[in-house]
Design a protein. Sequence first.
Length: 135
Amino acid sequence: MRPEAFFSGPGLDRADALRASPQRIAELATRPDARELVWLDGIPATDERGNLCWQEVTDASLFLGLKGQAPRFSGLAKPATQAVRVSCTCAALVCRSRAISGKAGRYMSIESGPIALTSPSTTTSLSGALVTAYT
């Protein structure tokens, strides 16, 4: 089974100032240090260490940004031949002072969470008016 693709950590400089100039981006695609992201089965290809795979530019449809001073592009991904889920997260240690938030002495189910709707505990009729009490 293929590992799940995810991206985290320092990435590309999106080079926002260049994005308003299609001519400048086209010039960047012709540079010898320009690279294009390799796609495999609808997700970015990675090497055995999990690094993205790059190749010489053949399709500069999408400007991704700059890695240092080197431009990075992507062709448009072909549809996946198999279902894949992409996760853009990374593992991190999270410190919590308490296991659960809420009022002391009250139980909240981890599976069902808080109860949004509660049935009335008392219903009373006063001279034709219906009064309902929730506790």
